[in-house]
Design a binder for this molecule. Structure first.
Ligand SMILES: Cc1ncc(COP(=O)(O)O)c(C=O)c1O
Length: 392
């Protein structure tokens, strides 16, 4: 019988290319039955083998084989040593920030996902944790903002929705000088395009709801760490808060991950075409896409990522155009979320970033004429045609 807890078990696949790793996962095949589709261990509890025996599984809040297969797969893909699959991206943010204690200080990207902003302001601050939200593409500003009690730097890169790209390796160096943990939200690019742990980050997190799942059909969060001690702390926290992902949802995520490489290629290819189209449109004032060579952070992107992903933000000429566009689209859907096979468009000011104060939003450029488009894997011309008719 295989020992599921032995991570080294996966080493037989270490030399595979990423495209093969996503398909074959950690165990991939069920070691007990040979089932090609990893089984959904839909059980709350497990039989004990005897008073003197240590059982590999005891209770699904703490450990479940399907979730474990997902966690081990994510360890392989992100090149980490411990992973945790939780019930949403926000559960992942909460799990990671639970490492902070009162009187400690966190620095985080200024235009993060609204939920992360809310977590800092409504949970961490009242708990006595100090915070500063800054433009992490400005390394001098980061150095000035760091304090002796800075214990965590939370980077979202590219940022949501302004698509700023922070230099992970440089931030890791600066953070580590003061003993701060460097955390990267890797939701937008996934390990297919960006591997923060290999760039010096300590922790990587995901909203697995997005590209990892990839089909807008499951909520999930992932945390991957390099350091075993941090892993142990997170494991205890997981046992306590009980946010472990259920077996069925773990399986849905595992299935989504199998096509991650294929999907990311298509998202990226489509996004470049759509971004180029939008850029030329007379009603579009600005397009924010990290794949443009004249994007202000393009050199950082080239240095740390192997692709650009499927996310575009763009500014149109008026609120009237926003309204007209959102109500006339037929293929692209006006909905929150991102990273699925279907193209989705959202209006950050009124949907994903309502938690952020108006003056901060204005300063960041998150205005009422800004839209965020998650380019799906449909035919690129169909997406462009839909935008064209809706922008008329
Ligand atoms: C970058 C990023 N991180 C975290 C989250 C939170 O994820 P979830 O909605 O799965 O809780 C989101 C959600 O949109 C996101 O865009």
């Amino acid at each position: 019988m295989k020992n599921f807890k032995d991570y080294k078990d996966s080493s037989r696949k270490e030399n595979l290319k990423f495209e093969s790793k996503v398909v074959h996962g950690a165990n991939g095949v069920d070691p007990y039955t040979g089932a090609i589709s990893y089984p959904i261990y839909q059980t709350a509890t497990f039989m004990h083998h005897g008073l003197e025996k240590t059982d590999p599984y005891n209770y699904s809040r703490c450990i479940n084989p399907t979730r474990e297969e997902l966690e081990r797969t994510m360890c392989i893909l992100e090149e980490g040593n411990r992973a945790f699959a939780v019930t949403s991206g926000m559960a992942a943010v909460s799990l990671v920030t639970s490492l902070l204690n009162p009187q400690e200080h966190i620095i985080y990207s200024d235009d993060v996902y609204g939920g992360t902003f809310r977590c800092v302001n409504e949970v961490l601050e009242p708990y006595g944790i100090e915070s500063d939200s800054i433009d992490l593409t400005d390394l001098e500003l980061l150095k000035k903002t760091i304090k002796p009690n800075t214990k965590m730097i939370l980077i979202e890169t590219p940022t949501n929705p302004m698509m700023k790209v922070a230099d992970i390796a440089e931030i890791a160096k600066i953070g580590h000088e003061v003993g701060a943990l460097v955390v990267v939200d890797n939701t937008f690019l996934t390990p297919y395009y960006q591997k923060p742990l290999t760039l010096g980050a300590d922790i990587v997190l995901h909203s697995g709801t997005k590209y990892l799942g990839g089909h807008n059909d499951v909520l999930a969060g992932i945390v991957v760490v390099k350091d075993e001690k941090i892993g142990e702390k997170l494991e205890i926290q997981m046992y306590i808060n009980g946010a472990g992902l259920g077996p069925m949802d773990s399986w849905i995520l595992l299935r989504g991950i199998k096509t991650l490489a294929l999907r990311m290629n298509k998202h990226s290819e489509n996004a470049m075409k759509v971004a180029e189209y939008l850029r030329k449109h007379p009603k579009v004032e600005q397009v924010y896409y990290v794949g443009f060579p004249d994007h202000k952070d393009y050199q950082v992107t080239k240095k740390q990522t192997t692709g650009f992903g499927g996310m575009i933000s763009f500014r149109v000429d008026s609120l009237e155009t926003v309204n007209k566009l959102l109500t006339s689209l037929k293929l692209v859907t006006f909905a929150e979320s991102l990273g699925g096979v279907e193209s989705l468009i959202t209006h950050p000011v009124s949907r994903t970033h309502t938690e952020i104060k108006e003056e901060i939003r204005e300063k960041l450029g998150i205005t009422e004429t800004l839209l965020r488009l998650s380019v799906g894997i449909e035919d690129a011309q169909d997406i462009i045609d839909d935008l064209e008719q809706a922008l008329k």
